[in-house]
Design a protein around this ligand. Structure first.
Ligand code: FES
Length: 103
């Protein structure tokens, strides 16, 4: 079981996530308000920036939801990834607001 630190909606949440569950599903299972849409890599609602940690991102995704450039820059889709270590993540929305603030 890994630990996930998630910044979402201006708050910090900490929860656990196994290596077989997406951080999105684990958050929802624990009633943590993570932005959620299609859960299939198609809409980009769950886009996050990975600040720390290892993960595996499913290759199957819409390029409109997550571009190759975003993937290379540490963005991921929380509905299409699994952790391979503890994770420190922030929603793309929160990251855009706090990019210049120390996290
Ligand atoms: S919820 Fe739609 S891409 Fe993740």
């Amino acid at each position: 079981m890994y630990k996930v630190k998630l910044h979402a909606r201006g708050q910090l949440f900490e929860y656990s996530c196994s290596s077989t569950v997406t951080p999105l599903q684990a958050a929802r299972n624990q009633f943590i308000p993570i932005p959620t849409g299609c859960k299939q890599g198609g809409c980009g609602m769950c886009k996050i920036k990975v600040l720390e940690g290892e993960y595996s991102q499913e290759v199957i995704r819409s390029h409109e939801a997550l571009s190759d450039a975003e993937l290379e820059n540490g963005y991921a889709l929380a509905c299409c990834m699994v952790p391979k270590s503890d994770l420190h993540i922030i929603t793309a929305e929160d990251y855009a607001k706090t990019e210049k603030v120390e996290i």
